[in-house]
Design a protein around this ligand. Structure first.
Ligand SMILES: NC(=O)c1ccc[n+]([C@@H]2O[C@H](COP(=O)([O-])OP(=O)(O)OC[C@H]3O[C@@H](n4cnc5c(N)ncnc54)[C@H](O)[C@@H]3O)[C@@H](O)[C@H]2O)c1
Ligand SMILES: O=C(O)C(=O)C[C@]1(C(=O)O)C=C[C@@H](O)C=C1
Length: 360
């Protein structure tokens, strides 16, 4: 029997999930207070628009902002007495407490959190492959039924995620360190660029881009996430503050005194960073990245990029994504062409034959 999943909240996560599930044969109905969001989601093939007479779903996935997630979960549990209900909010304990405090029978509710996302919000940013190879945390509570957990597991596996099961408090402590504080760190570093002269910002290279990509994230969403996980985020931010203090003290010693011990401190901070970075897993044992990048040097002249894209098309190769690295005032840029692994070799050969400077 086809599983009917109702997605409530057709933004980045809801629409991405709808596209992925529809592609795997699930029936998806879409609901959102914004008529524009549901229409766009439907056009992106995320599912049908839910109407007043749409039949009851088997599973409801609440993909609304964290501050309304619990209310939407409770309303769904009350409206569909046989459906399993989950939410995908980035914080789990505060949502769970609100659901339990509401007095509704919570046994068909199980929290969840796909560790997949983007720095862009909204329906238009949806991606079919968003969840592939990513962890999807299932967060049951004391009375969650086995059937509810199993239904969620089926959905997460169907969209290519790796399922992890953990209690809400453990989830929240973990994501404070691996997601919420990294967001703050990126925002704080990027905020230092605001008043820099143009000539200084123009020197930005890949290092700054890597560190600040998520500084472009939606402040409204992230304010809710940080507020919803305040105790755990505070604990990690205190560790960050201790390290920042150590670095500033070392720099004080170098600038204002004889610098005793300063190099050792700086080196220890950097080495500790190496050790932490080395612990970050790849895409959680799932299949390797769907796309590989071919880098092509592009002269900074009118029509050059269009010519390159034309040559890629002529080669019969489907371009999955495009990123342009281009420093201010540079005579050339680098176009990073994402293609499926099987296309790397033919693309490389064909572009080189046409005179492009190509790198893997
Ligand atoms: N953005 C990420 O990277 C990411 C990753 C994992 C989980 N999440 C979680 O997923 C949820 C959605 O985030 P997003 O990035 O898709 O946000 P989004 O802003 O792209 O989409 C949210 C959608 O919810 C709708 N909405 C607002 N109030 C609603 C209500 N009361 N009932 C139903 N829908 C409502 C909005 O109209 C919007 O279409 C959040 O809880 C977030 O914490 C986000
Ligand atoms: O990769 C990104 O752009 C994200 O911000 C995704 C990310 C994260 O990994 O921290 C952000 C918040 C979510 O709750 C889950 C995933």
């Amino acid at each position: 029997m086809t599983t009917h999943v109702r997605i409530v909240g057709a933004g980045l996560i809801g629409t991405s999930l709808g596209i992925a599930l529809s592609g795997k044969g699930f029936r998806v109905s879409l609901d959102d207070p914004s008529p524009t969001a549901v229409r766009l989601a439907r056009d992106l093939r995320a599912g049908e628009i839910a109407a007043a007479d749409t039949d009851a779903p088997d599973v409801v996935v609440v993909a609304a902002p964290p501050d309304v997630a619990a209310d939407v979960v409770v309303a769904a549990l009350e409206r569909w007495p046989d459906a399993v209900v989950t939410d995908v909010a980035s914080v789990k304990e505060s949502v769970l407490h609100s659901v339990l405090d509401s007095g509704v029978d919570p046994s068909r509710y199980v929290g969840s959190h796909p560790m997949a996302g983007r720095e862009r919000s909204g329906t238009a940013a949806a991606r079919a492959d968003l969840f592939e190879g990513r962890a999807w945390v299932i967060v049951p509570h004391e009375t969650s039924t086995q059937a509810a957990v199993a239904a969620l597991r089926e959905i997460a596996l169907a969209v290519g995620s790796l399922v992890l099961v953990m209690p809400a408090h453990e989830h929240d402590e973990a994501v404070a360190a691996v997601s919420h504080v990294p967001q703050l760190a990126a925002s704080i570093v990027a905020a230092c660029l605001r008043d820099l002269p143009e000539s200084a910002v123009g020197l930005a290279g890949p290092g700054l881009r890597d560190v600040t990509r998520i500084a472009a994230s939606d402040p409204r969403l992230w304010t809710q996430i940080l507020a919803g996980n305040a105790p755990a985020v505070r604990a990690v931010m205190r560790l960050v503050r201790d390290q920042v203090d150590d670095v500033v003290n070392a720099l004080d010693a170098l600038v204002d005194a004889d610098g005793a011990g300063a190099l050792g401190t700086l080196s220890r901070v950097l080495e500790a960073g190496n050790l932490g970075r080395a612990r970050i897993p790849g895409k959680h044992g799932a299949p390797p990245a769907a796309y590989e990048v071919v880098s092509v040097v592009v002269p900074d002249e009118p029509g050059a990029l269009a010519r390159l894209l034309g040559d890629v098309g002529e080669a019969g190769i489907n371009l999955e994504d495009l990123h342009l690295e281009h420093g201010l005032g540079q005579a050339v840029g680098v176009a990073e062409l994402s293609v499926v692994p099987a296309s790397v070799e033919p693309l490389h050969t064909e572009l080189a034959r046409l005179g492009w400077r190509v790198h893997d």
